[in-house]
Design a protein around this ligand. Structure first.
Ligand SMILES: [Zn+2]
Length: 57
């Protein structure tokens, strides 16, 4: 299952989360993906950090 995350839009960076069993991974349309997390909130934190880094360039 995938669950869109309402995050600020940056060029070519749209985050979604994907659950695998009891783990959740954040993914981005740019090809980035975060580590598997036990909690979706942690995956979203990973995604937020990615967006901040992407915005800084
Ligand atoms: Zn991205």
């Amino acid at each position: 299952m995938s669950d869109p995350v309402n995050a600020p839009h940056f060029a070519d960076h749209t985050i979604s989360t994907q659950e695998r069993g009891s783990f959740c991974t954040a993914r981005c349309t740019c090809g980035w993906y975060g580590p598997a997390r036990r909690a979706r909130s942690l995956a979203r934190d990973d995604a937020a950090g990615h967006l901040e880094a992407a915005e800084e360039g």
